[in-house]
Ligand binder design. Structure first.
Ligand code: ADP
Length: 184
């Protein structure tokens, strides 16, 4: 199954993706995790990405897309994936479409995790990642509203809305139910 996960920062996409990845047997590909791994290893990509991430801004698309393309070309992603954090703009969505059409495949759906802004701010402050301070969170929410939320219209009928407020297991149950209703 080839799925994109959408939702504001702090919606719990990463947590849900880890569980879904296990249950569906497809890799969880998180651009945030890939960037953080590169930062940890001090790669040139990590060094460049870090200044954007620390500011709560998007890493330039060219850099991000190159990283995603390399990851999607790894053998474990051949039969499916959960893409978390990409695309984040309409431009990135068309890059993804091109990448997939080169492989002769397409997305099965786009899970949109829905949660109110006050809940996501609370969650992010509680998780305390390095880029989770109030100012960065505000910037990221602004970027989400302006650049990422338009993807909901862009994907149209492919969007599967999931109420992301509740316990982890509860939200996962909703996602699994929604996915089992997909034509296969
Ligand atoms: P969150 O879901 O809380 O926003 P992520 O781990 O998905 O956290 O992303 C952390 C940061 O990594 C983002 O704020 C952004 O700077 C960068 N990033 C992740 N994905 C992308 C992307 N597709 N394009 C540009 N920058 C990205």
């Amino acid at each position: 199954m080839r799925l994109v996960l959408l939702g504001p920062p702090g919606a719990g996409k990463g947590t849900q993706a880890a569980i879904l990845s296990e249950k569906l047997g497809v890799p969880h590909i998180s651009t945030g995790d890939l960037f953080r791994a590169n930062i940890g290893e001090g790669t040139p990509l990590g060094v460049e990405a870090k200044e954007y991430i620390d500011a709560g801004r998007l890493v330039p698309t060219e850099l991000t897309a190159r990283m995603v393309e390399a990851r999607l070309n790894e053998p474990d992603a051949a039969e499916g994936f959960l893409l978390d954090g990409f695309p984040r703009t309409v431009e990135q969505a068309s890059i993804l479409e091109d990448l997939l059409s080169k492989q002769g495949v397409s997305l099965d759906g786009v899970l949109n995790f829905q949660v109110d802004e006050d809940v996501v701010v609370e969650r992010m402050l509680a998780r305390g990642r390095e880029d989770d301070n109030e100012e960065t969170i505000r910037t990221r929410l602004g970027v989400y509203r302006e650049e990422t939320a338009p993807l909901i219209d862009h994907y149209g009928d492919a969007i599967i809305n999931i109420d992301a407020v509740g316990e982890v297991d509860e939200v996962n149950g909703r996602a699994m139910d929604a996915l089992s209703a997909l034509p296969r």
